[in-house]
Design a protein around this ligand. Structure first.
Ligand SMILES: Cc1cc2nc3c(=O)[nH]c(=O)nc-3n(C[C@H](O)[C@H](O)[C@H](O)COP(=O)(O)OP(=O)(O)OC[C@H]3O[C@@H](n4cnc5c(N)ncnc54)[C@H](O)[C@@H]3O)c2cc1C
Length: 502
């Protein structure tokens, strides 16, 4: 295990993609085994030293930013132990980088769908944040692919969690550590919002699988050291496109139709898996770029058509046998929707597909770079609302942002009613206005039955808004759950809720 205490050695571990300032820590520990993680947590718990768990620090809400105590980096737990083609699973250390994992899985002709756009994150980080992204429209968030977890609790005890083995019911869950101690915890009772995605607070529901409690727990319940992930057979090929529209109404109508057709195809497959499906459109991702997003990255991608009012990036898995018909159906739908087919980009090759993915990735990266250049913090939304509230929420975003005079872009996971409105303040005055607007978006989202965080989590940035979403009673319930696993509150202090609730 490496232990570092010099300021220059710690520097990189004091911040994450949120640019939250002021991070500090006394010590950085880089364990190489689960036993070493357990040793660290035992000592930290005895001495009541706060511990912040560090993945690749690509998180956008300050979850990995320490404010005192020790930082434990999982980067050396980076072994892929097994990839099983027959059983369709992989077992890997929490510190394995997602892009390395994806490559290894693909080399075995398998597929791991979670794709949070930023591929330098670690598996443990994606599980701790229940990361999702573009493909969650079809496959859901990381949670859906987590079968087993090895978790070290504050105090050093280890939990081996297997999906389906332990359920929490009637408000209680009971788990047994590897050493045989039984832990009883009260489960939170808040109803989850009626959105397609949600990462606000601990998982809740009538029946809660123990695995789900730790997925999305943002480093507050335990350190995830090993994961067993479910895999799928690798699709034969993909058909992807970035399609430009010169009228936003057309773009929105296209999204609605593509989404409905995709749901219909999936329902048909569930109802009657043997049947030759009549409608072959079944998108795995449908992503949105508003006009300002396109202008923002036109510098890097001059081929973006000048008059485009918005674009959609879509993808669907395909096979040689179905490809022709599929392309024809997409073409019909696009023509019907008034897409600008002349200037749009389509591909079925892996190389060009990477270019489309790079285009999608370039936008949040360019926004982050501009923010850093302006020495500001990004003010970006991560809210999702129920299906029937999406159109009015988008209108609300646009009206308020246009009236504000701030630079902004709106982009993201439109098929999940989940867009990121990123405000790009140039100075302190604009930053204050952006934060004020952010508060209004939070209030509107909650009023519409939405969630304040659909995929990035709460971290330290949004803890006060979690309070707005759930109120004191439910935050107390979350704190009570945490105390069952971390009685002295040493882990991920400040993440999700204020330590005063502990
Ligand atoms: C350009 C860009 C685009 C992004 N797009 C998306 C997107 O589309 N969808 C999406 O979901 N996210 C997105 N993200 C956010 C980010 O990639 C995810 O939150 C990622 O899952 C975090 O992984 P990490 O290893 O970087 O974790 P970190 O940032 O290091 O940590 C995140 C949180 O998890 C905790 N943690 C980390 N590892 C462990 C562990 N082993 N055990 C317990 N707790 C742990 C940390 O304490 C912290 O609270 C984006 C980020 C960037 C920079």
């Amino acid at each position: 295990m490496q232990v570092k205490t010099q300021p220059d050695e710690l520097q990189n571990y004091l911040t994450d993609a949120s640019n939250l300032p002021g991070g500090f820590a006394d010590r950085l520990l880089i364990p190489e085994t689960t036993a070493e993680v357990a040793e660290i947590l035992k000592e930290a718990d005895e001495k009541r030293i706060p511990v912040t768990i560090s993945g690749a620090r690509t998180g956008t809400v300050g979850g990995a930013v320490p404010f005192g105590g020790w930082v434990v980096s999982l980067e050396r737990l980076n072994q892929i132990e097994a990839i099983d083609q027959d059983g369709l699973f992989a077992i890997a250390g929490a510190g394995v980088v997602l892009s390395d994992f994806q490559k290894a899985v693909e080399a075995e002709n398998l597929f791991y769908p979670p794709d949070p756009t930023e591929w330098s994150c670690q598996l443990g980080g994606t599980v701790a944040t229940n990361a999702s992204g573009a493909r969650s429209f079809k496959y859901g968030a990381t949670r859906n692919f987590v079968d087993e977890l090895e978790v070290v609790l504050a105090g050093g005890e280890i939990l081996d969690l297997k999906r389906g083995a332990v359920w929490g019911e009637n408000g209680l869950i009971e788990l047994e550590t590897r050493s045989g101690r039984r832990i009883r915890a009260k489960l939170p009772t808040y109803p989850p919002p009626a959105t397609r995605k949600n990462t606000s607070g601990y998982f809740s529901g009538e029946r809660v699988d123990a695995v789900d409690l730790f997925v999305g727990s943002e480093g507050t319940l335990g350190v995830i050291t090993k994961v067993k992930l479910r895999l799928l057979p690798k699709p034969e090929s993909f058909f992807s496109g970035i399609v430009f529209f010169d009228a936003e109404e057309n773009l929105l109508a296209f999204v609605n139709e593509a989404r409905e057709l995709s749901f219909a195809a999936r329902n048909e497959q569930i109802r009657n898996p043997q049947s030759a499906i009549r409608n072959p459109i079944d998108a795995s991702l449908i992503e949105y770029f508003d006009e300002k997003s396109l202008r923002f990255i036109a510098e890097r991608f001059p081929e973006v058509p000048a008059g485009a009012k918005g674009a959609i990036y879509f993808e669907q898995e395909t096979t040689a046998a179905s490809e022709d018909e599929l392309l024809e159906r997409w073409n019909e739908l696009l023509e019907r929707s008034g897409a600008d087919l002349e200037t749009s980009w389509f591909t079925t090759t892996e190389q060009d597909r990477e270019k489309l993915r790079a285009f999608r990735h370039a936008l949040p990266v360019a926004v982050n770079e501009r923010i850093v250049r302006c020495k500001q913090k990004k003010v970006g939304t991560d809210m999702a609302v129920p299906d029937d509230k999406f159109a009015s929420f988008l209108k609300f975003y646009r009206e308020k942002l246009d009236a504000s005079g701030l630079d902004y872009v709106i982009f993201g996971h439109i098929a999940d009613n989940h867009l990121h409105a990123n405000m790009i303040p140039k100075d302190e005055d604009e930053a204050t206005r952006a934060r004020h607007l952010y508060g209004r978006f939070i209030a509107q989202s909650i009023m519409l039955g939405g969630t304040i965080s659909a995929e990035h989590g709460i971290g330290k940035h949004k803890s006060r808004y979690l309070y707005v979403q759930y109120g004191e009673r439910y935050l107390n319930e979350m704190a009570e759950l945490k105390k069952a696993f971390d009685p002295h509150g040493i882990l991920g202090r400040g993440n999700m809720f204020d330590p005063k609730f502990l």
